[in-house]
Design a protein around this ligand. Structure first.
Ligand SMILES: Cc1cc2nc3c(=O)[nH]c(=O)nc-3n(C[C@H](O)[C@H](O)[C@H](O)COP(=O)(O)O)c2cc1C
Length: 232
């Protein structure tokens, strides 16, 4: 089962795409990224790039990242999630603990985070292991969320099939009646954070003629980081 097979025979049946995808390409003229300018740790380097992305990167949501997980059989799945905190301990996002991603992380804690900073011709890929954040940390973040988002966390059984939009709106309306604006909303037990502890972080800078810079930090047993350049 699975694997790559030759699908050439089927392609004649596929209608032509309305765009000439084969000729869609951009030339990246950005400044390079060199070993000498890299920070000592990937989190410090991430902080530098994140600051640039958030200030003049031309990005709508620089903290939006693609989180990829895999189940116990290694079948992958991806989705966009917002990064809510990062420091030397790792990268934190919040979600529903009954969701597909959380279920997969329970079976297999290996995870990849990808920051697609296209307007800057940059990409950061973090690979590591995800741990649930403590309840105190989760509660502290939950309290900072707008009232409506707090209720939304209760209203949605994320990743399950819902009868229709009306059912979702009805669940939300019930919660608004129970917890009007100004009333404290309890933290849902099925909701919380994951902290991704990085094992490797790759910084990718697009360059001319597809000769991009790829510098990867890898965690070493003594707590330090090894930096290697990868071929683009
Ligand atoms: C820009 C953007 C930001 C999102 N942020 C979050 C988030 O912080 N947490 C979350 O659980 N889902 C977030 N989502 C929704 C997820 O992409 C996804 O639909 C949801 O988490 C269910 O994923 P799953 O069924 O694979 O677990 C976001 C989606 C987008 C497009």
């Amino acid at each position: 089962m699975g694997g790559v097979t030759d699908r050439e025979a089927d392609s004649a049946a596929v209608p032509a795409t309305p765009f000439d995808l084969a000729s869609m390409r951009k030339q990246y003229r950005a400044e390079g990224l060199s070993e000498t300018e890299l920070a000592a740790t990937p989190v410090e380097q991430f902080a530098r790039w994140f600051k640039q992305a958030a200030t003049d990167g031309g990005l709508f949501e620089p903290n939006a990242m693609v989180v990829s997980t895999a189940d116990a059989q290694g079948r992958p799945s991806s989705r966009t999630v917002l990064l809510k905190h990062f420091d030397a301990q790792g990268f934190v996002f919040y979600t529903n603990y009954d969701s597909r991603k959380a279920r997969e992380l329970g079976e297999n804690p290996h995870v990849s985070l990808l920051f697609p900073w296209h307007p800057m011709a940059r990409q950061v890929v973090v690979t590591g292991v995800a741990w649930r954040t403590g309840r105190d940390e989760t509660a502290a973040y939950f309290r900072t969320r707008p009232h409506g988002s707090q209720l939304g966390a209760w209203a949605s059984a994320q990743s399950t099939v819902v009868a229709g939009r009306r059912a979702l709106d009805a669940a939300y309306a019930e919660l608004v009646a129970r917890y009007p604006e100004g009333e404290q909303v309890p933290v849902p037990p099925h909701w919380g954070g994951f902290r991704v502890v990085p094992q490797a972080v790759e910084f990718w800078q697009g360059r001319e003629n597809r000769l991009h810079d790829r510098l990867r930090y890898e965690a070493e047993a003594d707590g330090g980081w090894r930096v290697e350049r990868l071929s683009p």
